[in-house]
Design a protein around this ligand. Structure first.
Ligand code: FAD
Length: 441
């Protein structure tokens, strides 16, 4: 039984909207049980893994909405902006005698280091609990090992849906207030204090925050879900949900979206199943990969067969060789590839099918698989609004290193890694119309 000698309960590092956040729901349950106030803390770094202003504006506007909502619910929201590392937030918790800490989960290295540091620094009598609100089935419950692919994790996840894929209880107005009030946040000053690339700015199609994410979800259900199964691999088919930026920033929860999408099952069975396959199975498989494979973003993380075949073909002559700069500036001989890169830079997202083509051509046109992986992750993270995500690392690793895939017919440069080509794209969709839309030369 937990003994609460101190005054406050806190939750750190969340940005998901309230009632859809299992970390906050859990923290409130503990706080209510012990009749304690509840606080939210967020630590804003002035730089984060080279993210440009495009990503920070999305994050900050989402947080502003969260801060407003928290005020209504009597849950003070504190934001810390500093170069001093997480110590500032820990000092604040210690000074104010926070008695219980709940943190969100990410399988990525940097977030795991933060969690470890927090564990080491918090006083021994303050419990630290981590809640996986990122996945429907908590990552460590879904599987206790690195899974080989979708077919090995699918049933493990499905068997847990009855327990975890449940409706959210509401977060209620918090009845206990402490002395520590939230300071007014100057959002413009916070944005101005960032030390980031300001040339890559916001995109017009994705407006940040929970309410805008829900708007996108409803638009998807009304206009695009019906064709998701048939048209999701057609870059001109306008069938995708486009929800990945809100998922990435935790501004809407996948579980909420699944519950809404599933209500259309009697109308669009095949599409609903196909969406669940992507948003649950594939997505949670990515978290499994990053959680259990410390080399989730480099060639050492590939299967033995893939490493061997890539090594054997490392010295193969490349018909085309491009530098990172040429790729970034869409200067290849391939108008389709150049158009996808233009889409990435301008819209902050490439269509899911073309993301594979885009990364596989980087493997074909650079000096080594290592370089290809480095460049694809760099470009994806720099421009894509959903970048720096387990799905992004796995997407690049799938395309270049055959993660979660199998060996295919051997060919130059690729070895047994699955190949994609221009002609194959022409068979799938109207390539010239796509090129005309984005203007790749
Ligand atoms: P939808 O097709 O509407 O799917 C709904 C959700 O399902 C997505 O938002 C996503 O959470 C999940 N999903 C869809 N496809 C996949 C997949 N192949 N693997 C895992 N989950 C999936 N996804 C990111 O979220 N961030 C990235 O940075 C990213 N980079 C990628 C890079 C490459 C080279 C490749 C091949 C894939 C990448 N993906 C990434 C995976 C996938 O392409 C995107 O999730 C998808 O395009 C997002 O668009 P959407 O929300 O409209 O997807």
């Amino acid at each position: 039984m937990l003994k609460m000698k101190t005054k406050l309960t806190i939750i750190v590092k969340i940005s998901t909207y309230f009632s859809d956040n299992w970390s906050l729901l859990y923290a409130q349950k503990v706080a209510l049980k012990h009749k304690l106030p509840l606080h939210i803390c967020f630590y804003l770094r002035r730089t984060f893994m080279n993210a440009p202003i495009r990503h920070f504006k999305f994050l900050l506007k989402g947080l502003e909405e969260t801060a407003k909502e928290s005020r209504k619910l009597n849950i003070p929201f504190h934001m810390f902006i500093s170069d001093e590392g997480e110590n500032q937030i820990i000092d604040f918790m210690v000074e104010n005698k926070f008695g219980y800490v709940v943190i969100d989960f990410s399988p990525l290295r940097i977030a795991r280091t933060w969690a470890e540091n927090l564990k080491k620094t918090l006083p021994d009598d303050v419990p630290l609990v981590q809640v996986d609100g990122h996945n429907i089935v908590p990552c460590w419950v879904a599987s206790d090992k690195l899974e080989y692919g979708a077919r090995t994790i699918r049933n493990k996840l499905k068997n847990k849906f009855a327990e975890f894929l449940t409706p959210f209880p509401p977060v209620t107005e918090h009845p206990y207030s402490g002395e520590q009030k939230a300071k007014e946040i100057d959002w413009a000053a916070a944005e101005a204090s960032l030390e980031v690339d300001r040339t890559i700015d916001e995109v017009s199609w994705a407006k940040p925050g929970y309410l805008n994410g829900m708007k996108m979800l409803h638009e998807f259900c009304q206009k695009r879900l019906s064709k998701f199964a048939q048209k999701r691999n057609d870059p001109l088919g306008n069938a995708l949900s486009n929800l990945s930026p809100w998922f990435h920033f935790g501004q809407i929860s996948v579980q909420r979206c699944i519950l809404v999408v599933e209500s259309f099952k009697s109308k669009y069975k095949e599409s609903v199943e196909s969406f669940c396959e992507e948003a649950i199975i594939r997505r949670e498989l990515s978290d499994n990969f990053c959680y259990y494979n410390p080399n989730y973003d480099n060639i050492k993380g590939a299967y033995d067969w893939a490493r061997k075949t890539l090594e054997e073909h490392k010295k193969d002559k490349r018909e085309w060789l491009y530098t990172q700069e040429e790729l970034e500036n869409s200067l290849t001989h391939d108008d389709l590839w150049n158009s996808t890169q233009i889409q990435l830079v301008k819209e902050g997202k490439i269509h899911g099918f073309l993301r594979m083509y885009w990364a596989k051509k980087i493997l074909e046109w650079t000096e080594s698989p290592e370089k290809a992986l480095e460049i694809s992750i760099y470009l994806n993270d720099k421009y894509s609004l959903d970048g720096r995500d387990p799905n992004g690392f796995v997407g690049c690793m799938w395309s270049i290193c055959g993660i979660h895939d199998q060996g295919w017919k051997e060919r130059p440069v690729f070895g047994k890694i699955r190949y994609m080509n221009y002609k194959g794209c022409e068979r799938k969709f109207n390539v010239s119309a796509f090129v005309a839309r984005y203007g790749g030369k």
